[in-house]
Design a protein around this ligand. Structure first.
Ligand SMILES: NC(=O)c1ccc[n+]([C@@H]2O[C@H](COP(=O)([O-])OP(=O)(O)OC[C@H]3O[C@@H](n4cnc5c(N)ncnc54)[C@H](OP(=O)(O)O)[C@@H]3O)[C@@H](O)[C@H]2O)c1
Length: 339
């Protein structure tokens, strides 16, 4: 019998998940049924959305059940197979969970190759977060050359790609990130025109007004929102005529223990005839291969950098690694390399 360890949900958290949230135990791997294969997981994706999946409330996916293995995207190698589409040795990406070994029937699984890109990229720039940036920006942002684009969580997995794609499309880009080090990275390495350190002791509205002046802009044509809260509200105050606000996520609210107020500046959408639209990356799944080819080309041509924070450790590191997202302790895509 093969044994493995997995992260199971022990208790629903209030606020930031803690040690009571999780149970990590050794388990025996069951025998494969016809059509199944087992995967040794090498990289696990850490995603802010995981926090929402822990709450017992209706959303776009059902909540993770108490006692179930935590839902997570991951990449690994097939170690045993009763499915000819996924032979032993194939490298695969799928929602295998926060586990060392998973059994799959192939649903939602794709074969990838470390000959094309580092395996972890299939969770980041060539995977879910890269696709989020691509479709959120092009399909909802509807960019035009010369647009002024503002993106929050600009040094993160989605934000870093949004800003770089926007630059490739002739836009002026302002990033918003926490701390000088991240802001230096966003401008010097990722090539954004300006970056606001939102952790300064100045109102977000004032900081954004100053940034727009610095880049010589009158207002915001596209605001790509990863964080919600005050940062969203400040952007709503500076919309240009016909602006597009893309609601990608609201990480500033994911661990809130009380109801958070809505954005008071939303009436500016009416004044400026703007739109504010939410989206889910999975709605564009049928077009992923086209976007992945484009993104892969940009990366290989050096036009896009795919920053990553790779935490190396055992599956026991999963809970602490997840919380790094909420503390801003990641640059680019956060993954756990399972050893
Ligand atoms: N709609 C979709 O289909 C979809 C798909 C994927 C992701 N998303 C959303 O996209 C957003 C970014 O996800 P990601 O995977 O790329 O994560 P990420 O940006 O790589 O990591 C999260 C970042 O959020 C920032 N942050 C944390 N707490 C914050 C707060 N209170 N206020 C402002 N910023 C805060 C931190 O950066 P700083 O150090 O700069 O604070 C942190 O590094 C999330 O909201 C996520 O839920 C949506």
């Amino acid at each position: 019998m093969t044994s493995f360890r997995a992260v199971r949900l022990a208790q629903r958290p209030t606020g930031v998940p803690n040690s009571d949230t999780w149970a990590i135990e050794s388990e025996e791997l069951p025998a494969l049924a016809p059509g199944e294969f087992s995967v040794r997981v090498e990289y696990i994706s850490l995603d802010p959305a995981m926090r929402g999946w822990l709450d017992d409330r209706p959303s776009y996916l059902p909540p993770v059940e108490i006692g179930a293995i935590m839902r997570a995207g991951s990449v690994g190698t097939v170690t045993e197979s009763l499915n000819p589409r996924f032979p032993v040795g194939a490298q695969v990406v799928g929602t295998f969970g926060a586990t060392e070994i998973a059994i799959s029937d192939g649903s939602g699984v794709n074969v990838v190759s470390s000959d094309l890109a580092p395996l972890s990229y299939f969770l980041g720039a060539l995977g879910m977060t890269g696709m989020t940036a691509y479709f959120g920006f092009f399909e909802l942002g509807k960019p035009r050359a010369g647009d002024v684009v503002v993106v929050s969580a600009a040094a993160g997995a989605v934000g870093s790609v949004v800003g770089q794609i926007a630059k490739l499309n002739g836009c002026t880009v302002i990033g918003i990130a926490g701390g000088k080090e991240k802001c230096d990275y966003v401008t010097n390495t990722l090539g954004f025109d300006y970056c606001i350190d939102y952790k300064q002791d100045t109102s977000m509205r004032k900081l954004l007004g100053g940034a727009l002046k610095e880049v010589g802009a009158q207002g915001v044509d596209i605001y790509f929102d990863n964080v919600g809260g005050e940062i969203l509200n400040a952007n709503l105050a500076y919309l240009s005529f016909g602006a597009r606000v893309v609601i990608c996520g609201a990480i500033s609210q994911y661990n809130a223990t009380e109801i958070t107020p809505g954005p008071s500046n939303y009436m500016n959408l009416l004044v400026k005839r703007g739109t504010m639209t939410g989206f889910l990356v999975f709605d564009y799944a049928s077009q992923f291969s086209v976007a992945q080819r484009r993104m892969g080309k940009w990366i290989s041509q050096g036009k896009i950098t795919a920053p990553e924070t790779i935490v190396e450790g055992s599956i026991e590191e999963f809970p602490a690694t997840l919380n790094r997202l909420f503390a801003g302790e990641n640059l680019g895509k956060l993954v756990l390399k399972v050893s």
